[in-house]
Design a protein around this ligand. Structure first.
Ligand code: SAM
Length: 245
């Protein structure tokens, strides 16, 4: 109903995504800066401010599709080192970069890096105070399964917070953004990562992802309440929040 892929296409899509992130893992952080003009840092800060992690010891989160750890590091820092979290990703190459960065930042005691699939989490029910996912859910073939899993692993009273590319709602910006994403991003991908095709694929996945309103509906259908969103940079990205009550 939201442009979700059929079951038959899901494993093919996942294989494609995995290949892309294996290839780009080492250059992933640099690519993010180049492709978003540094904006992804501002968006990630906005996400963690909205989350406002508790500074009480024992507060636990899971960052799904956590890749190289960006969101998890910010959450632990915003909690003054109190939060503990699981960084889960389907891709061992991305996690390896993340675990190394965590060690350098002396955050290894707060974080566990786990390989796994957002569609079927090997995590207990009602275990986390927050579930975060940044620029990840777009890559998951069956979004509805990922949302159901998010709901399952959250404690009652727990918060779902997602950051993802979304639909630009400003008339001039949308044209600029289209030119940037369809021309500049694949070109940067070619020069920096030697890989134009992977980046074309990523841009296409942004275009296919449900807009703000449709994604809100999907989150509600998974059982979440008080579902809202906030646009960032005119809707280039959006944050969606929901509560398991
Ligand atoms: N959250 C990080 C950030 O914001 O920098 C990484 C985002 S990166 C664009 C997308 C990540 O989603 C990749 O690390 C990829 O391996 C992961 N991913 C793709 N499909 C997944 C799945 N089914 N389950 C878990 N992670 C997945």
């Amino acid at each position: 109903t939201y442009g979700f892929e059929s079951v038959g296409g899901a494993s093919e899509k996942q294989a494609r995504v995995n290949e892309v992130f294996h290839r780009v893992a080492e250059r992933y952080d640099l690519m993010n800066d180049l492709m978003s003009g540094g904006l992804h840092r501002i968006w990630k800060s906005a996400m963690v401010s909205w989350l406002a992690p508790s500074k009480r010891p024992g507060w636990r989160f899971v960052d799904v599709a956590g890749g190289t750890g960006d969101i998890a590091f910010r959450i632990v820092e915003a909690s003054n080192g109190a939060a503990t979290g699981t960084v889960l990703d389907i891709n061992g190459s991305m996690l390896a970069v993340g675990a190394e960065r965590a060690e350098k930042r002396k955050l290894s005691d707060n974080l566990t890096f786990v390989e796994g699939n957002a569609e079927s989490l090997d995590l207990p029910d009602s275990a986390f105070d927050a579930y975060t996912i940044a620029f990840g859910i777009r890559n998951v073939p069956r979004i509805d399964l990922a949302l159901a899993e998010a709901f399952r692993v959250l404690k009652p009273g727990g918060r779902f917070l997602c950051l993802e590319f979304s639909e630009v709602d400003l008339p001039v910006l949308d044209k600029l953004y289209e030119a940037w994403s369809f021309k500049a991003i694949p070109a940067i991908g070619k020069v920096v990562a030697g890989d134009r095709e992977s980046y074309e694929y990523l841009v296409e996945s942004i275009r296919r992802f449900p807009n703000q309103a449709n994604f809100e509906t999907a989150i509600r259908q998974a059982g979440f309440e008080r579902v809202t969103h906030r646009n960032l940079s005119g809707g280039i990205a959006a944050m969606h929040s929901g509560w398991k009550l």
